[in-house]
Structures are given as C-alpha cells and as structure tokens.
Design a protein around this ligand. Structure first.
Ligand SMILES: [Zn+2]
Length: 317
C-alpha cells in the first residue's frame, strides 16, 4: 500500500481524500516574530488556526498540503501544536522561498549544500522533530531566474531525484515563469510529470498553460479567492476550457490561503480579498465549476485522484 509522510507520520495514499494542494497554516515574515514576539500572540493565533482547520474538516477536506518553507517562517513544532487532534492530514514541505536573493548562508555555498539539508528534512525530520517533508517547494517570480533562484531550483531538482518526493512551485504566471522552471528541471534530468507548476490559475493565457501541460506537468490552479490577480469567474472559465480539452487529469485546486499571513495588516487582507479563505473552493468554486460544465468525474480527478497520484508517483531516479 503506497504511503505518504504527514505531520502524524505515514498515511496510506488511499486515505488522502479531498486534498487542497497549496495552502499554509501560518505565513510569517522570517525572523520577525522570533525577534519581536509582541507581533504574534502565539496562544490566540493557535486557537484561531485550529478553528479554521476544523471548519475545513467539516467542509469535507481530508488533506492539507502546507507549502511553508524557509523564507515563509516555517515552524513545524508550532504546526504540531495547531494540528493537535484535528482529523486532517497535513503534508509539509522543504525548500526555499525567494524571488531573488538567498539567505547569506547559502550565497557562499553551492546548490548541493542546500540539497543536502533538504534531503535531511525528507529522510530524518524537520527542525528537530521526526516530522518528514513529503514535497519540495521553490519559487520564480517577476525577477525571473536570478542566480539565487537558479541555485534553489537546482537544489530542489537534485533533492527530488535523490528522494523521489514531488516538486511544487510558485510562479508569476503573467510572465510565463513556469516554462523557465521546466527548462531548468529538464537540464537536471527531471521527469516533468512529477512537478506541479503553481499559481498557474492566475492567468487566462491558455497557450502558456497548454505549453506547460504538453510537457507533462500538473498545473496548480491554486489561488482561488485572490480576485485581485484573477476573479473566481475567470479562473473557473479557464479550468472548464482546459477540462474540455482533456486536461482534467493534470490540474489540482487550492487557495494559497493561510490561517494568518503577517505580510499585511489583517483588516487590509479582509477588505481587499474577502473570498480568500479555506472554504471558498468547497462553498463557491465547485458549484461554479459544475455550472461551467465541468463533470463530477473531472472534479473528483482535480480534488482527489490527481493529488493521490502526485504523492504515489514517488521513488528516486
Ligand atoms: Zn503559497
């Protein structure tokens, strides 16, 4: 029986069920709450996060992929406290989130030094816990493949080949950054069907999306609720079009939401993107997909079968 590592240890992939492939428990500015603890009320935020995760379970979500890594304030002991006994599989990640420069430690060391640390997160455990990462994360945003970003992409690719865990990326879709990621992964000998090109739902450029799909990758249609980038209506129309063209087996759905993101004042987030929360897909997006002609079978693929296949397709090479 194939299994995947989660916060509570290995789980049969058959048990993953409805899966949100790109979310976060907390996104915190790296180092800020640690240095200035008054900005983050630990007990209050943990209680609020638990309430949000319980609502998500009540809505039928069984698995939550937390793509929080270095650069986004990853803190696995804290996520363990949040998870408590909530009946939700939480899959956690390793990797590095930057749009350009690296933490100074990595600036003077090569990609293999970084890869070695990612491998340990996957094989031994993260931050002194025995929680193992089961997915790799990297990012390319508007600045493109800067030297720092390239080092992360190559370290992630090499870790993937050594451990077999899948890769999930952040991209800036309007500048077609996913194609550059695929090119570097190909240079590193990666099977592109083991990669989710994230934030692909931010664009209506279906020529770009089909180019990514034809090379075998999954698309993360994973920012539902961030209407300022693209409205739900337009995101749904793109998915319906790609389903019609036969790509339901290569898309996954998510919000890229978090219980708390400290980059902006909370009131500003609520006012600007009111639909950006963990329940938007269950409540609003799935009914909208049905209205747009997407079948139950295609919805099942995008929310259950594709995530399962991504985690089952493992093993080093
Ligand atoms: Zn994210």
């Amino acid at each position: 029986m194939p299994q995947v590592e989660t916060l509570r240890g290995p789980v049969d992939t058959a048990q993953l069920g409805f899966t949100l492939m790109h979310e976060h428990v907390f996104v915190l500015s790296e180092g800020v709450p640690h240095n200035f603890p008054s900005v983050f009320d630990e007990d209050q935020q943990i209680a609020a996060a638990q309430e949000k995760l319980r609502e998500l379970v009540d809505a039928g979500v069984r698995t939550f992929v937390d793509l929080t890594v270095l650069g986004l304030g990853r803190d696995i002991p804290r996520v363990l406290r949040v998870a408590g006994d909530i009946p939700l599989n939480i899959i956690v990640a390793t990797g590095l989130y930057t749009y350009d420069e690296l933490p100074r430690y990595f600036g003077s060391r090569d990609a293999d030094v970084m890869a070695e640390l990612f491998v340990r997160d996957i094989t031994e455990g993260i931050q002194g816990t025995n929680v193992k990462a089961a997915i790799l994360k990297c990012a390319t945003d508007e600045p493109g493949v800067t030297p720092g970003v390239e080092k992360v992409l190559r370290a992630v690719a090499r870790t993937h080949r050594r451990t077999g865990v899948p890769i999930s990326t952040h991209t800036h879709a309007p500048t077609r950054r996913g194609l550059e990621q695929q090119a570097i992964f190909e240079e590193e000998g990666i099977d592109l069907s083991r990669v989710v090109i994230g934030h692909s739902g931010d664009t209506e450029d279906t020529d770009y999306l089909e180019a990514l799909l034809k090379r075998g990758s999954y698309l993360g249609m994973d920012r539902f609720g961030i209407d300022i980038y693209l409205t739900t209506e337009k995101r749904v129309a793109v998915i319906a079009k790609l389903c019609e063209r036969g790509y339901a087996g290569q898309m996954v759905l998510s919000h890229d939401a978090s219980c708390l993101l400290d980059w902006y004042p909370a009131e500003a987030v609520r006012a600007t993107v009111p639909n950006w929360h963990f329940l938007h897909i269950s409540r609003d997006v799935i009914p909208a997909l049905r209205n747009a002609g997407v079948t139950e079978e295609q919805i099942q693929k995008m929310t259950v079968e594709n995530p399962r296949r991504i985690f089952e397709h493992s093993g080093p090479y």
